[in-house]
Write a protein that binds this ligand. Structure first.
Ligand code: PMT
Length: 411
């Protein structure tokens, strides 16, 4: 199933040069499975044709409050009523001012006024207009009313100068909307910590030891948890993947840095998923100067053990019962038996036994083949996209969390 299958999104487009980026936003929503109704202000139609959106969404585009066809099909408030989320991107200073005052003199204003769905605004405008006190006050009023504001970025503006006012990246805006839609789902109100990627253990200023982890599995878990409403902290080794929007991102290059970040992040968290491939060893001494070539004698590196982050987290948080602890086990043989050893040895709630020999599975792939191993049994999953594996891991972890919460309530 697609992440936004049949979710009802209203996309409001207002009149700024960034209106063309709304086309990419609509396209991303459609690819994720959403039903997208586009509402354009009169000014927006000066920048992009309604037909562009209509072709992408396969739905009529609403351009005029008094258009008979639009009235017949949707009525001037029913769009807002049926929406599960309203996103306005780009949102101009003018539209923001109108929304802050509750004006409903066009279809977009009426839709926002009539909706009970959450509203997300992605402002885009000239930097001076954005900084202007009145714009900031209007945004503050809307924020106080529960609107989510996706901060514009610093960069080149339409006028050619640099400043803060560029529309945030379409992917980030869509990610944030995915999180907002998650508020009605089963991880809403929960806090999830996820680690991802391989750690880098320095040898000298230019060299390091690492592994082939791309970060895909951990990023997929962070995205799936966000999509199901959790507040997510993603603690990641260096990765070439784009940082997911709508999650708190923390970079941790080495195992030591990761340990430093994971422990405090677990305080008050409901779930820890260690999908990172943490290097088991690091160089005993890190040279401050670039090591010279050792042409004749070669180079002998002495390695020492890194701390086992998951084990330490289990020692500290296991007795408290929270967060629920999930580890991965990258195995090339005796998959389930080795995973069971890790389940018992590290004292965690669930081990995702990862078959790294199966084609399309393990390090660097888009898909994964895993067995979920826990006290209650085991479940072998077929080869699946990493996002789908993440969804199943979250199902089992949610079950364990619910049982733990019920146990506490009885005490
Ligand atoms: O990033 P991708 O390219 O998508 O690849 C995904 C993956 C193969 C890296 C991932 O699915 C996976 O299996 N991650 C765990 C890899 C691993 O380090 O396995 P392990 O058996 O060595 O470690 C067991 C568990 O202890 C893991 O949860 C690991 O995060 C944790 N660990 C390991 C060593 C250490 N020093 N501290 C730890 O916390």
């Amino acid at each position: 199933m697609l992440p936004l299958q049949d979710r009802r999104v209203v996309l409001g487009v207002t009149g700024g040069i960034a209106a063309y980026k709304a086309v990419e936003i609509a396209s991303q929503f459609v690819k994720l499975g959403a039903d997208v109704d586009v509402v354009m202000t009169a000014a927006a139609q000066q920048f992009v044709l309604p037909l562009t959106f209509q072709s992408l969404t396969k739905r009529p585009v609403v351009v005029d409050m008094f258009h008979l066809l639009a009235e017949m099909h949707i009525g001037h408030v029913s769009l807002g009523e049926r929406a599960e989320v309203v996103l306005i991107a780009p949102a101009t200073a003018n539209t923001i001012a109108k929304l802050a005052s509750g004006l409903a003199d066009d279809m977009l204003g009426s839709t926002v006024l009539a909706t009970r769905a959450p509203v997300v605004l992605a402002p885009a405008m000239n930097d001076l207009m954005y900084e202007n006190q009145v714009t900031q006050e209007n945004l503050g009023r809307l924020r106080a009313r529960g609107f989510t504001i996706v901060e514009p970025e610093y960069g080149r503006l339409a006028e050619g100068k640099m400043g803060k006012g560029r529309l945030a990246e379409p992917r980030v805006i869509v990610d944030i909307v995915r999180g907002v839609l998650g508020r009605t789902r089963d991880w809403a109100g929960k806090r999830v910590v996820v680690t991802a990627g391989g750690t880098q253990e320095p040898i000298d200023p230019v060299r390091y030891l690492t592994n082939r982890s791309s970060g895909r599995m951990g990023y997929a878990i962070a995205e799936a948890a966000r999509d199901r409403g959790a507040a997510v902290t993603l603690i990641s080794g260096l990765s070439s993947l784009p940082r997911p929007g709508g999650v708190e991102f923390v970079l941790a290059r080495s195992a030591a840095e990761m340990l430093e970040q994971v422990m405090p992040a677990c305080d008050g968290a409901d779930l820890l998923v260690m999908a990172a491939a943490v290097a088991d060893f690091r160089a005993a001494e890190v040279s401050t100067q670039k090591l010279k070539k050792f042409e004749e004698e070669g180079l002998v590196l002495r390695l020492v053990r890194n701390p086992d982050i998951l084990k330490l987290a289990a020692e500290r948080y296991g007795p408290l019962g929270l967060p629920v602890l999930v580890g991965f086990a990258a195995e090339s043989e005796n998959l389930v038996a080795n995973a069971r050893l890790k389940l018992a040895g590290k004292k965690v709630d669930l081990v995702v036994a990862n078959d790294i020999t199966a084609p399309g599975s393990g390090f660097g792939t888009e898909t994964n083949k895993v067995v979920l191993v826990h006290q209650g049994g085991e479940e072998e999953l077929p080869l699946l996209p990493k996002y789908d594996v993440a969804m199943r891991v979250l199902d089992v972890a949610r079950q364990i969390l619910s049982e733990r919460e019920q146990g506490r309530a009885r005490r």
